[in-house]
Design a protein around this ligand. Structure first.
Ligand code: 13P
Length: 253
């Protein structure tokens, strides 16, 4: 059975001490709420990762928000997948729309990052999503398919089986506009169908597909109740321990 996942993406928020105290609160609360097959992940800024991985125990897994596409070398200021793995992380977000938009990350670059993450034992949380224009002009299925084809469909069956997909419509991120559960389910079913066509039905059925974009304690239960929505990638609401916990509990409601 595919995993149910709630992953927080702290983005570029929280200085070190704030991160430690929020994370400690979350760990204490989550311990009692998370069910057996359910995963809680926090994707934090690089400087928090080492400490959080130590504090997380079995309750929460840790992820980075990006990695460099090369193994190592003269890339001043960059962080490699191997370094991320070496501090106890298990996950890395790849292809977030903010990286695509503000750092001009192309599908081809993201494909390289996915390969290096997997080679270093990290599970990529690979993000795809359309802009408002692309939604309104009806090209969103084409856009999403091309992000999948160029970003992750070059992977072998074995490698793709380790990837988590996150559908994050750009128009819903940080805007308070959430995709309706029907809009999200339509896209998630489409993604699963494309995975089945490229790989096979068994792989498609085992792939966790998360929804992200203004997900909050009020809308999480309805979103997560959809057949093809296996959890959420949570921005703003992951910065409040109570909200993050309530989103985790949305699976159980
Ligand atoms: P918000 O939940 O703040 O809309 O952000 C979603 C997101 O970008 C998670 O990666």
């Amino acid at each position: 059975m595919r995993k149910k996942i709630v992953a927080g993406n702290w983005k570029m928020n929280l200085e070190y001490s704030e991160g430690i105290s929020l994370f400690s609160e979350i760990v204490n609360m989550v311990k009692d709420e998370k069910k057996g097959d359910q995963l809680a992940i926090i994707c934090a800024p690089y400087i928090h990762l080492h400490s959080l991985a130590k504090l997380g125990g079995n309750a929460i897994s840790i992820g980075a928000q990006n990695c460099h596409q090369k193994e190592s070398g003269a890339y001043t200021g960059e962080i490699s997948a191997k370094m991320i793995k070496s501090v106890g992380c298990e996950y890395v977000i790849i292809g977030h729309s903010e990286r695509r938009q503000y750092f001009a990350e192309s599908d081809e670059l993201l494909a390289e990052k996915t390969v290096i993450a997997l080679a270093n034992g990290l599970t990529p949380l690979f993000c795809i999503g359309e802009t408002l224009d692309e939604r309104n002009n009806g090209s969103y299925f084409d856009v999403l398919k091309s992000q999948l084809v160029n970003g992750v469909f070059g992977l072998s069956n074995a490698d793709f089986s380790k990837v988590v997909i996150a559908y994050e419509p750009v128009w819903a991120i940080g805007t308070g506009l959430t995709a309706s559960s029907a809009q999200a389910q339509e896209v998630h079913a489409f993604i699963r169908k494309e995975i089945a066509a490229k790989y096979d039905t068994a792989i498609a059925e085992e792939t966790s597909i998360l929804y992200g974009g203004s997900c909050n304690p009020k809308n999480a239960a309805e979103l997560f109740a959809q057949e093809d929505i296996d959890g959420g990638l949570i921005g703003g609401a992951s910065l409040k321990s109570r909200d993050f916990l309530d989103i985790i509990k949305a699976f159980n409601s």
